[in-house]
Design a protein. Structure first.
Length: 182
């Protein structure tokens, strides 16, 4: 089972849901809703868009339960100075990927969402190499991502961090994979 990641860069924290989040639970729900309902943030993945604040609360509850059940592990990207949510990284293990996709082999998948105002600020370029190192430390070396082929920025970040284009995933998305040496 994936151990939660706790990473820090100069201005960001990557962390799972922590006890401290209980003291700002309603605020966090609002931040999740703002992120996952923002049209520009979800331009390339509109199927993930939330329409109501109550959906954000259900999303958060499911994320916490899934992490404790050994399914996907959601990590929050928080600004260190304000504590505000700036993005989300979801790490999906092979067993869960197998429930949704038909592939020859099942790696761990990484999905990430950033507030629109964080684009171009090297958030994922600084975090993704650290996430990869932390996963490698847990002996997770088969890592992949699926990206809408019109999302040039996400493709560029993945390639900069060592992912290679492998093949079309479906009619809209491409499959990128990183094979790391632990």
């Amino acid at each position: 089972m994936l151990q939660p990641l706790y990473l820090e860069t100069g201005r960001l924290l990557l962390h799972p849901f922590r006890p401290a989040e209980f003291s700002r639970y309603q605020e966090l729900i609002g931040e999740i809703f703002a992120l996952l309902s923002h049209e520009e943030t979800l331009r390339f993945i509109p199927e993930k868009r939330l329409k109501h604040r109550s959906e954000a609360e259900r999303w958060l509850k499911a994320a916490v339960l899934n992490a404790h059940a050994g399914r996907n592990t959601v990590h929050f990207i928080s600004d260190k100075s304000s504590g505000k949510l700036v993005g989300i990284v979801d790490i999906i293990p092979p067993a869960v990927a197998r429930e949704h996709y038909r592939l020859a082999a099942y790696p761990h998948f990484i999905e990430f969402y950033l507030k629109a105002e964080c684009r171009g600020k090297a958030v994922m370029s600084s975090l993704l190499p650290e996430i990869i190192k932390a996963l490698n430390h847990q002996h997770i070396t088969q890592i992949a991502a699926v990206v809408n082929r019109r999302n040039a920025a996400a493709s560029k970040v993945l390639q900069k961090c060592g992912f290679s284009y492998r093949c079309p995933f479906d009619g809209l998305q491409d499959f990128y994979q990183l094979v790391s040496v632990a």
